[in-house]
Design a binder for this molecule. Structure first.
Ligand code: APR
Length: 311
């Protein structure tokens, strides 16, 4: 169990995040931070008052500065603007980079030993920005994307096959965007390969829906992007870390030669425990999957370059 988890950004993702963490009771205290005075305090108090009903003792507080966050074990960065219909995650680049850079600078000062999970988009690039701004070791700075992308894939498979989502195991790697790489060979229904249930065309359709899963929701919401599933994904990662569970979950991790890829964040299976990303697991890939992962890495790298040019 952690003493303190801070969630930066008290919008749709951040507030839902704080709710999930409070209910899971994996930290004694959850602090919600936002720049809009009143929002984090009000949402935190409302959430805290649900404790007697929902049966949690997690202390939930809100603030516009980082005083209350001092010494956090885990900081989750959700600050930033979400997409609107027709926008790609990359369209958020310079605005969210400025926000994430300033937030990460505050985290460095207030919680120098924290583990940082980034949620703001474009995810892989924002995670890089957070690593640079904190100067923390890469095992302590990583992003949430793979758990969400995998959950979407699992949902669509379960729905198509009319079986429990609990029995679908899947792995989606790569960047959080159109270049994500669902690994069909590692996708099973209670251990039985997906290919024994569905033909390639049907699998391709599910993959396509997974790739566009975020945009499908943006098209409905119009004024924002997904937050229930993203916050659930982060909660699962936070639990693995707080309880030192050593779970294998796909995260946007800093690559240092794994899969032949270096110097970029990319979604890969990671062992998550008290030290954050304790290991990157290298699985066998087909030539096509390897090429798709390379392409995904290249896209993340070029977006980082684009950001550097913007200054
Ligand atoms: N510090 C703290 N909070 C900030 C800052 C900052 N520097 N800048 C903006 N915020 C806050 C906003 O005031 C707002 O309350 O971040 C919050 C963002 O909330 P929403 O607009 O509801 O966006 P949300 O749907 O939560 O998405 C946040 O997560 O999934 C990603 O793409 C999404 O980048 C987006 C982020």
């Amino acid at each position: 169990m952690f003493e303190k988890i801070t969630v930066v950004g008290a919008g749709h993702v951040g507030a839902t995040q704080a709710l999930r963490l409070a209910e899971m009771q994996i930290a004694r205290e959850v602090v919600l931070v936002d720049i809009i005075d009143g929002i984090p305090q009000g949402k935190a108090l409302d959430l805290y008052e649900s404790g007697p009903i929902m049966g949690f003792d997690t202390r939930v507080t809100g603030a516009t500065d980082y005083g209350k966050t001092v010494g956090s074990d885990l900081v989750i960065i959700t600050a930033g603007i979400p997409r609107k219909p027709g926008m790609s995650r990359d369209d958020l680049l310079s605005t969210n980079a400025g926000i994430v850079r300033s937030v990460a600078g505050e985290v460095k000062k207030s919680s120098p030993n924290a583990i940082v999970i980034v949620v703001s988009n474009p995810l892989d690039v924002m995670t890089y920005v957070a690593k640079e701004a904190t100067g923390f070791a890469p095992n302590r700075v990583f992003g949430m994307a793979g758990v969400l992308d995998t959950a979407r894939f699992r949902t669509f498979i379960a729905e198509r096959l009319n079986v429990s989502v609990e029995d679908i195991q899947a792995l989606v790697l790569g960047g959080h965007g159109d270049t994500m790489v669902p690994l069909v060979s590692y996708t099973t229904v209670s251990g039985i390969p997906l290919k024994q249930f569905l033909g390639q065309d049907e699998i391709d359709a599910l993959i396509d829906r997974t790739r566009k899963g975020g945009a499908e929701i943006v098209a409905y919401l119009k004024e924002g992007s997904a937050y229930y599933a993203p916050s659930a994904a982060v909660a699962q990662m936070a639990e693995a870390i707080a309880l030192d569970k050593k779970r294998i979950l796909p995260c946007a991790a800093w690559m240092e030669g794994q899969y032949g890829i270096s110097n970029t964040y990319l979604g890969v299976p990671c062992k998550l425990g008290r030290d954050g990303v304790e290991e990157i697991i290298e699985v066998e890939l087909t030539a096509d999957e390897k090429a798709a992962l390379e392409k995904s890495a290249e896209h993340v790298r070029s977006t980082v370059e684009q950001l550097k040019k913007l200054g």
